[in-house]
Design a protein around this ligand. Sequence first.
Ligand SMILES: [Zn+2]
Length: 107
Amino acid sequence: MDCKECKGCIHPFLKNELGDRKSRILLRHISECPSCKEDMRSEYLVIEGLRRLESGSDFNLRKDFERMLKAETEKNEAIHNTRLLVNMAVGFMLLLPFVVLIIGVIL
Ligand SMILES: [Zn+2]
């Protein structure tokens, strides 16, 4: 993902409208690109600031941004790992008949 694509994904991500796969790519880019991270922080402050203004809850957004980013990264990582495990299990199930067949031929 380049910076231009990243900047287009920040708003949908913060609105929870970006899919898991795209979010993962975005989070990886953000972790390596200070400029895009700063853009996301700015947008987060605006979106969350407005939301909290409406709900009247407390303001400590700078700290919350880092917390949100960490939580989202961990959540995305967990989803990715689960998906990987399922893919491996499916792959194993698909290969099993061939393994049995090969063993049958050898023995
Ligand atoms: Zn960037």
